[in-house]
Design a binder for this molecule. Structure first.
Ligand code: ADP
Ligand code: ZN
Ligand code: ZN
Length: 727
């Protein structure tokens, strides 16, 4: 019988190497792998996860401490294994990776911040019913309470009966009702935006049925297959996910459905909720902690068998997993930007493979990686048979205004025809930078080497990298000149211009959707609902407007400055630009009004823009893969990025150089850098990029080199971060 628990204490210290042995007292003899224990650790009490059990320890039992207590909920053993895999795969620590799979609210402190909620329920007994019939002597409230219970013919919450708890208890003492404590989970409400979600599944189109067939076959056979569902926007992918989840449930298996940022995708959540009712649990960060905890428990207990949520839902505590869906698999939000820097798409693949589950990734604009690696099923046409809207590329070279005359004309036509338009400009604020017309000084962030962006309504200039804000001044601090030039236009300024242009038509409102306007709970859903409810109007915003919204009355989609994403020095620039333009184009023409797309750009010949204008994902992906192969970029090599940062001048570059020397050149890899990055949050930065042929070996080599340099006192002023598969 195991008497020793190997416990990983959940501390963030990188140098700590667990697990540590604890002696299990009789009261805790039943703990299993995944149990959460509060343990004495040095002079502190910390929360720890049982990662293994043993019958003996190399340390004499009298020197082993015993845990203090166990939390009511532990995590499944397979998630403990998944966390260890993540720690290795992404150069993190077991403790940090285990932090990802904990029940919501468990945190790292010794006492959980949330508990299950329960309520006292009252049920009428036969004696109670007899008392009503026999006109027994009862107080007014007691009689009212019994009558309420009889009318309901079901147990009711004691607190809601006439007379409340006190009356219910008195009735219970007389044997007229039975009281029982019942779990009362907090459930989220699912806002529905756009067309109402039908509970019944429509008959699948032949293309949908053909796409579903291999998924169903693999689920039925219990094969851990991976599939890419390449379907143009509006082709009915969500319906395939719903049917695939039904197939998994029918076989007694469970399903996880990953979606990008949930605030922007309430429609898909509403559709799953309508189809599966209480069998669905939703997990996302905008829910209260209590709600998340209760949804988590419903998954853990098996009451809920389908989990819908953003990247962290890949850790849903579901047993018998049969299907993992990754919707909009191209979306950058699947990558976690904090230690561990995991990619939920890769974690989903690993988890599905370990569980014998099918992985179904879907997108209209798949990643080159998925295009090359996964077998494909396709939905080449929209469900309603409507053609994809024609796309016109508008050459902006030499244009004087943010909006081309053709774009203005098209918007004006939408207004006249009482339709809707979506306009994408991937830049917040009023103007991107300010400069002094006399001395040329540019307003820059004091902590980062980047220009500050004007936010006119707030009268501030803000850094979009560190959040620094300062009052917008009208005078140059260097030369005193009053002449300040504002360059470029962001969503705030464009909103102003559009509102001005349509000021004469109150029935044609302009809605702005960006992270400045959706701060606070339900912000994005509220805006999307208003746009949906309006008879006509414009939705303007950042990439948020290009997500999977389904508004049938949008007849015009416009992308401004489409090549902005191309100007980033990044090998994914082409991929991102293509996806943004193609996704936005997919928002138009979903209804009987038809559709039209305008793409304003300074780079009309760029392949990503030209291919997107022809809705040619396959052509784009083939070219892009050829380019990546020639340059040895993913999926033909794996990238690992090391960033050293320090507030002390020169320290970051020195530390990065030391990592590079230690690393040498790992077999089958190329090392680029050290190269300086722009200063961020007051710290200089330097980076190293490893292009690896042998992923596992390179990750190991980098982890060792970084650990050695980080432990060297000469580099104690530098902080290190390692990002495997950087985005
Ligand atoms: P996608 O996820 O590919 O963008 P959706 O699944 O949202 O596409 O489908 C687009 C629209 O077509 C939705 O309004 C959906 O309800 C509808 N739809 C999907 N499949 C069918 C079907 N088989 N029969 C009728 N309508 C369907
Ligand atoms: Zn000046
Ligand atoms: Zn800054």
């Amino acid at each position: 019988m195991p008497a020793i628990a190997k416990v990983e204490p959940l501390t963030t210290a990188r140098t700590l190497r667990g697990p540590f042995d604890y002696r299990l007292p009789a009261a805790l003899a039943e703990v299993e792998v995944g149990a959460l224990l509060v343990v004495p650790f040095g002079r502190r009490r910390v929360l720890g996860v049982v990662v293994d059990l043993a019958s003996e320890s190399s340390i004499p039992p009298e020197r082993l401490a015993a845990p203090i207590n166990a939390l009511e909920q532990g995590v499944p053993a397979d998630l403990v294994r998944l966390a260890h895999w993540i720690a290795d795969e992404y150069c993190s620590t077991p403790a940090r990776a285990l932090g990802l799979v904990l029940p919501p609210g468990a945190g790292t402190g010794p006492s959980p911040r949330v508990r299950a909620r329960s309520a006292l329920a009252a049920e009428l007994t036969t004696e109670g019913a007899a008392a009503l019939d026999d006109r027994a002597r009862l107080g007014t409230r007691q009689r009212a309470a019994l009558e309420a219970l009889r009318a309901a013919d079901a147990p009711l919450a004691a607190a809601e009966l006439p007379g409340g708890h006190a009356t219910a208890r008195r009735l219970a003492e007389r044997g007229l009702v039975a009281l029982e404590r019942r779990a009362r989970p907090r459930r989220p409400r699912h806002e529905s935006v756009g067309s109402a979600a039908p509970a019944e599944s429509p008959p699948l189109t032949p293309a949908q049925a053909a796409a579903l067939a291999p998924v169903e076959a693999a689920i039925a056979a219990g094969r851990a297959e991976r599939l890419l569902l390449h379907g143009v926007t509006g082709s009915g992918k969500t319906e395939v996910y719903l049917s695939a989840a039904e197939a998994a449930l029918a076989r007694g298996r469970s399903a996880i459905v990953l979606v990008p940022e949930i605030a922007l995708t309430p429609q898909i959540v509403a559709r799953f909720a309508a189809r599966f009712g209480d069998t669905v649990a939703v997990l996302h960060s905008r829910m209260g902690r209590g709600q998340r905890y209760d949804e988590w428990r419903r998954l853990r207990s098996g009451e809920a068998r389908v989990c819908v949520g953003p990247r962290s839902a890949v850790f849903a505590p579901l047993a018998d997993l049969g299907l993992v869906v990754v919707d909009e698999e191209h979306d950058a939000s699947y990558k976690h930007e904090g230690d561990p820097r995991y990619d939920a798409r890769r974690v989903a693949q690993h988890r599905a493979a370990a569980a014998g589950a099918v992985l179904l990734a879907g997108s209209a604009t798949p990643r080159p990686e998925s295009w090359r690696e996964l077998p494909r099923v396709g939905l080449p046409e929209r469900v309603d048979g409507r053609p994809l809207p024609p796309v016109e590329v508008v050459d902006m070279r030499g244009a004087a205004h943010a909006l081309h005359p053709r774009t203005r004309e098209a918007l004006e036509r939408v207004r006249r025809e009482r339709r809707k338009a979506i306009v994408l400009l991937n830049r917040r604020g009023w103007s991107n930078f300010l400069s002094c017309r006399s001395c040329g000084r540019v307003w820059e962030c004091p902590h980062c080497d980047v220009a500050l962006v004007l936010h006119r309504a707030e009268q501030t200039v803000a850094c979009h990298h560190c959040g620094h804000r300062e009052p917008a001044v009208e005078r140059c601090g260097a030369c005193g000149s009053l002449s300040v030039a504002r360059h470029g236009a962001g969503t705030e300024r464009l909103e102003h211009e559009l509102a001005d242009a349509f000021a004469g038509d109150p029935g044609f409102p302009v809605f702005r959707l960006d992270s400045d306007t959706v701060a606070g709970r339900g912000g994005a859903a509220g805006l999307l609902t208003s746009f949906d409810a309006a008879g006509a109007g414009v939705l303007l915003g950042t990439q948020m407007v290009a997500k999977g919204h389904d508004f049938p009355d949008v007849t015009l989609a416009v992308v401004l400055d489409a090549d902005a994403t191309l100007r980033f020095p990044d090998f994914r620039a082409e991929e991102r630009t293509f996806a943004l333009v193609a996704q936005l184009a997919g928002r138009a023409g979903r209804g009987p009004g038809g559709g039209r797309v305008l793409v304003q750009t300074l780079a009309p010949e760029a392949p990503s823009i030209a291919r997107a204008a022809h809705h040619d994902a396959a052509g784009f992906l083939e070219d892009e893969l050829a380019r990546r192969e020639a340059l040895r970029y993913p999926p033909f090599a794996d990238l690992i990025r090391v960033v050293c940062a320090s507030a002390q001048p020169g320290a970051a570059a020195e530390a990065c150089g030391a990592v590079a020397r230690r690393l040498g050149t790992p077999p089958a890899a190329a090392v680029l850098g050290p190269a300086p990055l722009f200063r961020l949050r007051g710290r200089e930065r330097s980076q190293l990029v490893v292009k690896a042929g042998d992923r596992a070996a390179a990750v190991r080599a980098v982890a060792e080199a970084v650990a050695a340099v980080a432990a060297d006192r000469a580099h104690r002023r530098a902080q290190f971060s390692v990002d495997v598969d950087p985005q």
